[in-house]
Design a protein around this ligand. Structure first.
Ligand code: BG6
Length: 484
């Protein structure tokens, strides 16, 4: 069977920065299925060759030192371009003819990749449906939807309804690139391929879980999008909740799409809905000081670029264990990490006596950029009586495996081509995620609920976020991993 990936909105940034470099890398590593073609669609008038040249340049830039010009020359003939207005029904007859020419008589699996602006999703989906292009008579037909999938529960439900009028759920792939990261998938391996962690992975041993996605980047030129999204929609509804479900879910019986997603959905269903007064006490929001100077940001903008929220999962495993999620732009460094903070030892017979405060064990899963896992524990300092010090066992992917970590899109594109939806969100999952975020978003629309705190770039967000943790007798694990 051959494969065609049809990218709608191909002149956008994602195609040159992520999609084509990922496909090229798969090709170079001989992992791309044979007979895979890429067809780009957008309004700009390019010939096939002009588009290939443009992509050669962006691919070389984003792949860096692994770019091999010979491999690109072999890959480039599989790239095509079909200019036009994908939001006009008339466009699709020409597209069908072009695809028929490219694909020939062979049975072909086709992936429609929607990388257009979200307001155009419904139009393009309708046109694909009206042109009969979702029918699976000549091979599988799949559609990939980029984030944001809606902007609240209602719009996500509307988009799901529209999709289901044209595609069956098994054809729909809602992408969250965090699930394509090796270290995120490794959370499942750590938990479910080892027997020593599961017995302590629960309320009896865990004090709380921290999930941080910090970025040193600012919003820069993305204000048009970011102003309507803010940190909750941009990072929490998708990436952070995904990290939380992987950390909290029960073991699925099999590693297949429905078994995995059923377990994730159970976690989301168990998340306690936040009451309006809890939005005030259990969330923190901030904005980096220079945000309002970014191009396109209104002077009075109240958009949060930092958020911290406390969620509870009401089930047997996690009852009473807070999940503390935070994310921010213009922070100290780029780091995504999951910290399992264990309870302290129940009785301390060393320094300071039984009630002395000793650092408790911590398991730190470094999702990026220093991919690895550290276990923190107390150790005796040699020749210092019974003095203790926190030390760690340190595993890094870099030391144990050769080569660079692949970009998330490589795995995800391959999975779509092979029809494996395990790492994509199901309709119910996306809707549940919105139902967790919506009450917070509604709260944040009220001025001062909680106050929007300004913070300096290059730190760990607003001071209020640190104080909020102190009031809970807890502490953020503010740590920038050092890349060796
Ligand atoms: C995107 C957000 O989904 O994820 C961006 O829109 C954010 O604002 C990005 O910068 C972070 O992704 P990563 O893979 O760099 O952690």
């Amino acid at each position: 069977m051959s494969h065609t990936i049809v990218i709608f909105g191909a002149s956008g940034d994602l195609t040159g920065r992520k999609l084509v470099p990922a496909l090229y890398e798969l090709f170079r590593k001989k992992r791309l299925p044979e007979n895979t073609r890429v067809v780009g669609i957008s309004r700009t008038k390019y010939s096939h060759d002009q588009w290939r040249d443009k992509l050669a340049e962006s691919t070389a830039r984003y792949v860096g030192e692994d770019f091999d010009a010979d491999a690109w020359r072999q890959f480039a003939p599989a790239i095509f371009y079909q200019p036009g207005d994908a939001d006009k029904a008339e466009y699709y007859a020409g597209l069908q003819t072009a695809l028929a020419e490219i694909e020939g008589e062979q049975e072909t699996s086709r992936v429609y990749y929607l990388s257009v602006a979200p307001p155009l999703y419904e139009t393009v989906i309708n046109h694909i449906g009206a042109a009969g292009m979702a029918d699976e008579d000549y091979g599988p037909r799949r559609i990939v939807i980029e984030k944001p999938f809606g902007s609240d529960l209602e719009s996500a439900q509307a988009l799901n309804r529209r999709l289901h009028q044209v595609f069956d759920e098994h054809q729909i792939y809602r992408i969250d690139h965090y699930l394509g990261k090796e270290t995120v998938q490794n959370v499942l391996v750590l938990r479910f391929a080892n027997s020593i962690f599961e017995p302590i992975w629960n309320r009896n041993y865990v004090d709380h879980v921290q999930i941080t996605a910090a970025e040193d980047l600012t919003v820069g030129s993305r204000a048009a999008y970011y102003e309507s999204a803010g940190v909750l929609r941009d990072m929490f509804q998708n990436h952070l909740l995904q990290l939380m479900t992987f950390t909290a879910m029960e073991a699925p019986a099999r590693f297949d799409a429905d078994a995995v997603r059923d377990e994730k959905v159970k976690v989301l269903r168990s998340v306690r809905a936040m009451k309006p007064e809890e939005v005030y006490t259990d969330t923190i929001r901030g904005q980096y000081r220079k945000y309002r100077d970014e191009p396109g940001v209104p002077e009075e903008s109240e958009t949060a670029t930092f958020g911290a929220i406390k969620l509870y999962i009401d089930n047997w495993r996690w009852q009473g264990v807070p999940f503390l999620l935070r994310s921010g732009k213009a922070m100290s460094c780029r780091t995504t990490q999951i910290v399992i903070q264990f309870r302290p030892a129940p009785h301390m017979m060393f320094e300071g006596g039984p009630r002395a405060a000793f650092g408790a064990n911590r398991l730190v899963i470094q999702v990026q950029p220093a991919e690895g896992i550290q276990l923190h524990f107390q150790t005796k300092v040699p020749e210092a009586g019974m003095k203790l010090r926190m030390t760690d066992l340190n595993f890094t992917f870099r030391e144990k495996f050769s080569g660079r970590m692949p970009e998330a899109y490589q795995r995800l594109l391959l999975d779509v081509m092979q029809g494996d939806a395990s790492l994509f969100s199901r309709a119910d999952e996306v809707e549940l995620a919105w139902s967790i975020i919506d009450p917070i978003q509604r709260g944040w629309q009220r001025p001062g609920w909680p106050p929007l705190e300004l913070y300096e770039a290059g730190g760990w967000g607003p001071p209020g976020a640190t104080e909020w943790m102190c009031r809970q007798n807890r502490e953020w694990f503010d740590y920038c991993p050092v890349l060796k």
